[in-house]
Design a protein. Structure first.
Length: 82
């Protein structure tokens, strides 16, 4: 691979896509293989009575009043990724 991501070896995470407010997107990159697949629903998209017991306390630190648990979070592994 050429370009700015040539040294990226592995990527894994979740993303909040502008066109999918109800569902997470799962991202994975290994070598030259990239996958973007539908993930589970965001907790913010489900009625609270469907949440498992204790979830509200567990996700409290990342909860945003406007967006709930929607976020993008990726882990990148590579060489010289300054």
């Amino acid at each position: 691979r050429a370009g700015p991501l040539a040294r990226l070896l592995r990527l894994k995470g979740i993303a909040w896509l502008a066109t999918r407010h109800e569902q997470q997107a799962s991202l994975a990159l290994a070598g030259t293989q990239f996958e973007l697949t539908p993930g589970p629903p965001w907790w913010a998209a489900l009625p609270r009575e469907e949440w498992p017991e204790g979830l509200q306390e567990d996700i409290g630190p990342l909860w945003d009043e406007a967006h709930g648990d929607r976020q993008s979070e990726m882990v990148c592994i590579g060489q010289d990724l300054d």
